[in-house]
Design a protein around this ligand. Sequence first.
Ligand code: ADP
Length: 598
Amino acid sequence: MSAEFTVRRRLGDLSVLHWFVIGGSLLLILFASSFASAEIEKELEAQFAFDSAQTIDLVQDRMEQYEVGLWAGVGLIDALGAERPLRRADWVDFAGSLDLVNRYPGINGIGVIYYVPETRIDDYLSRFSDQYPELDDFGIKPDTPGPDHFPITFIEPFESNDEAVGLDMAFETNRYRGALAARATGSAQITGPIVLVQDDGQTPGFLFFAPFVVEGEDRFDGMVYAPFVVQRLMAGVLDAERRNVAISISDVGNVIYDEHHGGFDGHDPDPMFADTVDVEMYGRVWTFDVRSTIAFRDLAAGNEPAVILIVGLLVDAMLIFLFTTTTRSKKQALAYADQVTGDLRDTLDKLETTNASLARSNRDLERFAYAASHDLQTPIRTVSNYATLLSEELGSKLTEAESGHLRSLVRASQRMSEMVRSVLDYSRIGHDEAPRWVDLREPVQIAIDDLAADIESAAAFVHVGDLPTVYGRPDSLVVLFRNLIGNALKYKRKGRPPVIRLSAERDGQVWLIRCADNGIGIEDEYRDRVFEIFTRLNPKGKYDGAGIGLALCKRVVEAHDGTIDVTDNDQGGSTFTIRLPQGSPEGARAPSAGVTVS
Ligand code: ADP
């Protein structure tokens, strides 16, 4: 049988209920695992949203920090006022006190730009040319037409920014617009993307402006400013540690910062989550394109749903195995029980047949014994009678020896006649008599009468106690008591007249009828055997008998649905106990009064 066929056959053994349980558990497993993955997806989404917001917040926070630095510069200029114009040395002190490198990572420097209308260029130059003795060409550059000029006047640290000194913000659109916006709004502004003159890398950058006024309410005198290379700014803002998200920033479509490339540590070419967020940034709109990184993917690597699915499927497989095994065991047990039942039935049938044939042969034997003993009686009696006649007629003519032979013949034929009568009695028990209610005193009395001569010759004492009425066959009961009393007379002790007591007592639903004597008793080991037919314990010649008497008694008692056994008693003799069912309430009648015979 192929393995596949075996598996298919075993699965076929399962019941609808089994399949229902297996199907139900499968559904539950699928539901649990999909629920778990949906939950995890939700959690991841929330985590991504949180990480995105945190990263954008970081950039915004840092920009605010720089703004504060710019306003500090504005504060210094305000504090000096119109009377005491700002000098380069003031700015060097101020910038030094800011500790740019440590407190403003990513900043390129911090400087001051003055607003110089075309009409006041000379004024401006005469005011500040003495501030840069090391420069030959201090002025406003490049030459830019127009009414407004915004030259960078101070910038610290000077060494890294010297190229910027004198640079006019009006020379280039983004710078110019930023300056105008700061002037117009009076608030901090940033420029659109530019390339700083001091950035050799030519990477995107921007300027951060905070406007100030020195003379009068409505005037605009210039801006404190800070240049930024975005790359450096972000390196200072965002930690280099494994981040869950990467960003790129664009300003009106121009990418100013980008981490979405292979060079970025943790770049995920196929991010699990991505989002774009527009952030208003000091007059500009920065679009943050946020994507999850490899680090985020690791975070999401929890495989709870897969574990649920695998464990669940394993449990289901075990269920199927268990169900098929138990079903198979049950089938095998049933098949075995069927086989055993069949075997038992066969055995029973055989037993019944044997019983029937045994009963049949028993009946045949009984019939044969009955017919033989019945037919033998007449010839034996004839032999016995003629022997007696002969001994009477020839009496005196015979020698002593011949008379002895004749006497032996008479005795033997009489013994034979008794034996045949016993066999006849035995085979007749329970057959030729209808049962009726019998007062046990009646059969006992008949038996005593039958044995009167023996009783007298043995000088025996027979005491009959109270006896009950039972449902039975009177003649059989006579045979029973005649044998019991007869044996008690026969197996007496020498030199002691036999004392025989018949008594009865009730024990639940049965009568216990006892026949006790003070005879020679029966040894323990023979107490069962004495009831077998033709069993005799004593040597032949000592006591007459054929070994049929107690077998007869047993047969009578069993024909009355009772039992018989023998025990010893304190007289040294035997006590035969007969148990007879009470039969009916009528059978439970009070025992009739007893008599004593002697
Ligand atoms: P029997 O014809 O020999 O008396 P029974 O069947 O009546 O045959 O008794 C079987 C044997 O049981 C007897 O041979 C005898 O040894 C013993 N037996 C029977 N009744 C008594 C008794 N009352 N006391 C002692 N022995 C007995």
